[in-house]
Design a protein around this ligand. Structure first.
Ligand SMILES: NC(=O)c1ccc[n+]([C@@H]2O[C@H](COP(=O)([O-])OP(=O)(O)OC[C@H]3O[C@@H](n4cnc5c(N)ncnc54)[C@H](OP(=O)(O)O)[C@@H]3O)[C@@H](O)[C@H]2O)c1
Length: 238
C-alpha cells in the first residue's frame, strides 16, 4: 500500500509504540486518528506531529463510545484504510493474587476493545475499492505462556485466534490482517516493573517494521511476525 493520503486509526496513541506508529505513518503522508483516554497527552503529540495527527479521546473498552465516534467521524466520504489495534496493558501476578478487576481490565482492553473497534471499521473498509490493512499488536506473550502472566497471556493468545480468523475471513475483501508479536519494548509498559533498559526493542524500530508490513505489495501478506531483541539481557545486570 502507498501510505500517502491514507487514513489510519491508531489506538493507544498517547504513549509508547502508538506514538512511534503515528509518527512514522505521518512521515509517509498518512493521516492518523490517534485514540487514547488521556487527551492532554494526545494534544502534546499533536503539537509534535502536526495537524495530520487528530487526537481522539476514547476508551476502547466502551463499545458505545467507539461506535458513535466511528459513526460521526466517517459519515461522509472519508473511510479508514488502516486500523492499528495497539491499546493494551499487562497486569501481572500469581493467579490467586490477580484481582477480578485486573483480569477484566486486561480482557476488556486487550481483547474486547479490539473487537469493538474492528467490528465497526470492517464494514467501512469493505466499501473501499482498494486494499485495507488491520494490524493487531499482540506480544510474544501471545505465543508462549509464562508464570505470573496468565491474564495477559490469555488475552494475547485470544488476540492471535481472533486475528487468524479475521485474516481468513477478510482476505477476499482485500483487507489484510497482520498480527505482531513483539518481545520487550522500551515503553511505559514497564513503568510498574522497574523500568526499561537499552537492550529492549526501541519503539521507532518496531514502527519501521509496521511501515514495512503496510507497504508490502497488494497481494503479499505477512499475517504474523515476531520481533525480539537479539540479546534481551539488561546490560546493567550482566
Ligand atoms: N512494551 C512491551 O514490551 C510490549 C511488548 C509486546 C507487546 N506490547 C503491546 O504493545 C501495545 C502498546 O504498548 P506500549 O508498550 O506502547 O505501552 P504503553 O506505553 O503503556 O502504551 C499503552 C497505550 O494504550 C492506551 N490504552 C490503555 N488502555 C486504554 C483504553 N482502555 N482505551 C484507549 N487506550 C488505552 C494508553 O493510553 P491512555 O492511558 O491514554 O488511554 C497508551 O497509549 C500493548 O497492546 C502491549 O500489550 C508491548
Amino acid at each position: 500500500m502507498d501510505l500517502s493520503n491514507k487514513i489510519a486509526i491508531v489506538t493507544g496513541a498517547s504513549s509508547g509504540i502508538g506514538i512511534s506508529f503515528s509518527k512514522k505513518l505521518i512521515e509517509r503522508g498518512a493521516k492518523v486518528y490517534g485514540l487514547a483516554r488521556r487527551l492532554n497527552r494526545l494534544m502534546e503529540i499533536q503539537n509534535e506531529l502536526g495537524n495530520q495527527f487528530s487526537p481522539i479521546q476514547a476508551d476502547v473498552t466502551r463499545h458505545e463510545e467507539i461506535r458513535s465516534w466511528i459513526k460521526s467521524q466517517f459519515s461522509g466520504d472519508e473511510n479508514p484504510h488502516i486500523l492499528i489495534n495497539n491499546a493494551g496493558l499487562g497486569l501481572f501476578g500469581n493467579v490467586e493474587d490477580v484481582s477480578l478487576d485486573d483480569w477484566h481490565t486486561m480482557v476488556n482492553t486487550n481483547l474486547n476493545g479490539v473487537f469493538y473497534l474492528t467490528r465497526e471499521v470492517v464494514p467501512l473498509m469493505k466499501k473501499y475499492d482498494g486494499h485495507c490493512h488491520i494490524v493487531n499488536i499482540a506480544s510474544v506473550a501471545g505465543l508462549l505462556g509464562n508464570p505470573q502472566l496468565s491474564g495477559y497471556n490469555a488475552t494475547k493468545f485470544g488476540l492471535r485466534g481472533f486475528s487468524e480468523a479475521l485474516f481468513k475471513e477478510l482476505r477476499y475483501d482485500k483487507i489484510k490482517v497482520t498480527t505482531m508479536f513483539p518481545g520487550s519494548i522500551a515503553t511505559s509498559f514497564f513503568d510498574q516493573f522497574g523500568g526499561t533498559h537499552s537492550n529492549m526493542l526501541q519503539p521507532d524500530d518496531v514502527a519501521d517494521t509496521l511501515i514495512h508490513l503496510l507497504e508490502t505489495p497488494d497481494n503479499f501478506l505477512v499475517n504474523e511476525i515476531a520481533l525480539r531483541p537479539l540479546n534481551p539481557k539488561n546490560p546493567d545486570e550482566s
